[in-house]
Every structure is written in C-alpha cells, then in structure tokens.
Design a protein around this ligand. Structure first.
Ligand code: TYD
Ligand code: MG
Length: 455
C-alpha cells in the first residue's frame, strides 16, 4: 500500500513541516512555507516483506572508464565542465538575470547540434521568435537545433519520453517549469525540486545531458536555495559585472571534473567570445607608475590569472569610523591585513577611508592575494608606485610572516609570459637538495615578513 503525504516546505531553507506555520523554525523567515507535492511512500515494515531486491556488492578493483563526453566546441565551457557534457548528467547553470546564461547555452547548443547530435533547447522564458532573433544575431540560425517554448512539465516530459537519441537538452529556466499536480507557483521550492527531479530522471533513463538554467535570487543563492545544488552533478555560476564586458563561468561543484575551474568570456555584440588569455585582458587597462596598484599573480582552478589590485586611501570625511569598501575581495581579510600591517610593519593607514578594487570585475578568493593587497596598501600609504614590471603573491599570517602558496612555478611562468620581469613572493625552500628554479629573466625577491616588503 502506498499512502500519499502532504508536506509543507520552507521556500527559503527547504525545511519540511507536517502542517503550515507562519514562521520557519529552521531559518526564522516569515511566510516562506508552502505546500509541497504529495509523495507516495511505501508503507509497512522494511525488510523481506517489502519486496526489495538484493543488491550486489563488488570490489573496488575492476574497470572504471572515464565517462564519455560531448564537447560543446566552446573550449572555455568544456574546460569548466571537465571535458564536455556527460551523458545522463545534470548541469545547473546559475547567474544573475541578464548576465548571459541563455546566450552561452544557445551558442553551445547550436554548436553541438551542428556537429550532428540531436540537441533540444526548451525556452520557458522567451518566445520562439525572441530566441530565433537572438540566434540570427549570433549567426547560428543555420544550426539544426530543435527549439521549443514550453513550461508545462507534463508536456515537456511526454516529449522527452519519446526522444530516442537526444544528446543534449537545455531547459531555460527551471524556475519557469511547473507541474500541475502541485498547488504552488512556478519557481517555488516544491515546483523547482519536483520538476528538476523529473527532468533528471528522464536524463538518466534517456541518456541525454541535461542543462538547467537557474536564476539567482537577490540574496545570491539559486532560487530554491540549496535544493537544486545537491540534486545535480555539476553547478556552474556565470558571474561578472554588468558594467564590464567579460563574464566568468565558474564550477562550484562538479562530480565529473575539478571545481574552481573558470572559463572567461567577453560579451560582444555577436554573443560571448572566449578569452583564452585572461591575464592580458585583465591587465589591458593597467597604467603603470600609479601608487596604490599592484599586480597579483593568482590561480583560478588550474590556470594562472594575473590581475591588478587597486587601493585608494582618502581622508575620512566623517570623524567616526573610516569606510572600508571592497570589490572583488573579502572585506574581513582586508581588515585583518590592515591590522597586521599597522602592528607588525608599522604602516599607518590612520583615519583614511580605504577602497579596494580588483580591476576588471574578477572575484579573488585566494589567500595568496594577501601580499599583492599589502603591496597596494603600502604603495598607497607611502604614495610610491610599485615597480610596474613586478608581480606579487603570498599569504600573510597574523604575525606578519609571509607564507608559501601553491603553484609558485605556474604563477611565475605566467608572469614571465606576460612580460613581467620581477616577482615578490614567499621565501622558497629547496626540495630534494635542488634549489628552486626561476623562469628566465625573472628577478625574484623572496621575503619572509611583511617588514621586508615595506623595506
Ligand atoms: P541573456 O543571455 O539573455 O542573459 P540571461 O539568460 O542570463 O538572463 O543575456 C542578455 C544580455 O546580453 C542582454 O543584456 C544583451 C546582452 N547581449 C549582448 O550584448 N550581445 C549578444 O550578442 C547577446 C545575444 C546578448
Ligand atoms: Mg535567459
């Protein structure tokens, strides 16, 4: 016997309740609880009588082949995916409205279709004509992509059930799809979860790769917070500043590849164009010999990226607490670094307002940026430019010590490749009796403490 269960689910945190209540005990939000799908659950005791089949256990040895991949033909996207789309997998692509999710996926889908693989693009947000117009503008109108505008999950599922040889299916967006057996509106946790589960089941049984587009709410989480992320195989975020040309696709979860991988694109009037040398792009507008600027040799996933860190100090207008404004970095980390600079290296930042910006709209998450930020702060405080041909990287500890970071050689090589001739970095240790090498033509100043930087 199966019995149907009605549940009430918080739209903010996903907590489940047997009956409706005004406030969620889980997250404390008001009016976020909505009714959810009736679910059939097997009743009766578990065990022999429930009719389950015996599962088979195997050893760890044995053949484990890497999953086959469908390449999108967009190298930056393939890299972030870990080599291409995996059949039967679900990829969630999240990002702010207008950032370019539909554009990149239309481009990818058109390419896959042009390679002779059956590809479906289901738009729940835009009418057929709108998608066609975009395809024309992108020069993709000749691609044999199959396009549909639909939002009813029942219709979509029935159609996908018929598909025998689909390779890739794009659902743009998961928040527009709805299941008529649920009372709640499209985009609610219950709808998003039920629809994603059903589409995911189809992807697994029919063997196509499924891409779900998801909008990000103003709080910065994918609507249906967290409920989608654990249902999918990979989550990619499309980020970038609307005011800037370029966009970064970042893998935050990937069962078939590395996380932290990024792909860099530039938004042009002909769609998104891959940027294969991001460092050159991020540094394009840099003007040397200005105080408060330092170039950070960073890593994003497996690739090195050079970016400019900019600091501006200005006398605080309001006598009280000075402002700390940070774009692209962690403000807590900045506060810590300033405290360390003041107490360990005697660099007075005093009652100045501090503005920190990572040029170009990149978000830097690495502690290795500490040294570059410190260099920019010192440069701003002393009004002396850092050498324009120098890069910085290294983590700074609370006692002002400069610590080793990973991938030193990769960072140095990238700096040399882009024409830099000097680097300030943590003191390196000899490994296996060999002194660490430096790329040709790079002057290295290895330091052990922030005081050395100031000196
Ligand atoms: P879109 O892909 O619709 O964003 P999303 O699906 O994430 O909401 O991107 C829309 C923006 O991109 C829109 O502001 C216009 C811009 N755009 C271009 O600059 N060039 C182009 O070729 C296209 C198609 C869009
Ligand atoms: Mg869109």
């Amino acid at each position: 016997m199966a019995k149907s269960v009605t549940r009430f689910v918080c739209q903010n945190c996903g907590a489940v309740y047997p009956k409706w209540q005004g406030r969620c005990d889980g997250c404390g939000e008001w009016n976020t609880i909505a009714e959810e799908a009736s679910e059939s659950r097997p009743s009766g005791p578990t065990g022999k009588s429930s009719g389950g089949r015996k599962i088979e256990f195997v050893g760890l040895k044995g053949r484990a082949e890497p999953p086959p991949r469908t390449r999108s033909g967009i190298a930056e996207l393939d890299q972030v995916l870990g080599g291409g789309f995996v059949p039967g997998s679900i990829v969630l692509v999240g990002g702010d409205p207008g950032i370019g999710k539909s554009t990149i996926l239309l481009q990818a889908a058109a390419k896959v279709a042009a390679a002779g693989k059956r590809t479906l693009y289901i738009s729940g947000e835009e009418a057929i004509d709108q998608v066609r117009m975009r395809a024309q503008r992108l020069g993709l109108a000749d691609s044999p992509l199959a396009l549909a505008a639909a939002t009813s999950l029942r219709d979509i599922a029935a159609s996908l059930e018929e598909e025998r040889d689909a390779t890739l299916v794009i659902m743009d967006s998961i928040q527009t799809v709805w299941l008529d057996s649920l009372d709640s509106a499209p985009g609610t946790v219950s709808q998003v979860r039920a629809c994603a589960a059903e589409l995911g089941r189809l992807a697994k049984t029919r063997g196509f790769a499924l891409v779900l587009v998801g909008h990000v709410t103003k709080e910065g989480t994918l609507a249906g917070p967290r409920v989608l992320e654990h249902m999918v195989d990979a989550t990619l975020y499309f980020e970038g500043d609307r005011g800037h040309q370029f966009r970064i696709l970042r893998a935050v979860k990937n069962r078939f590849g590395a996380t932290d991988e990024i792909g860099v694109f530039e938004m042009t009037d002909r769609g998104l164009v891959e940027v294969s040398n991001p460092s050159a792009l991020f540094l394009a507008e840099r003007r040397g010999n200005i105080s408060g600027s330092a170039v950070f040799a960073g890593m994003e996933g497996s690739r090195p990226v050079l970016v400019e860190i900019q600091v501006l100090l200005s006398p605080s207008a309001n006598g009280g607490s000075p402002r700390r404004q940070v774009v692209g970095w962690d403000s807590g980390r900045l506060a810590m670094l300033m405290a360390v600079l003041e107490s360990r290296a005697r660099v007075g930042l005093g009652q100045n307002d501090v503005y920190l910006n990572v040029a170009g709209g990149l978000r830097v998450g690495e502690p290795a940026a500490d040294l570059a930020v410190a260099a920019a702060l010192v440069s701003a405080a002393t009004d002396r430019p850092t050498p324009p041909d120098m890069v910085f990287f290294g983590e700074v500890g609370l006692s002002g010590e400069v610590r080793q970071v990973a991938q030193t050689d990769t960072r140095l090589r990238e700096a040399a490749k882009l024409g830099f001739s000097a680097a300030t970095l943590p003191r390196r240790v000899a490994r296996g009796g060999r002194a660490p090498s430096a790329p040709d033509g790079l002057r290295l100043s290895e330091i052990g403490h922030l005081a050395d930087l100031v000196a």
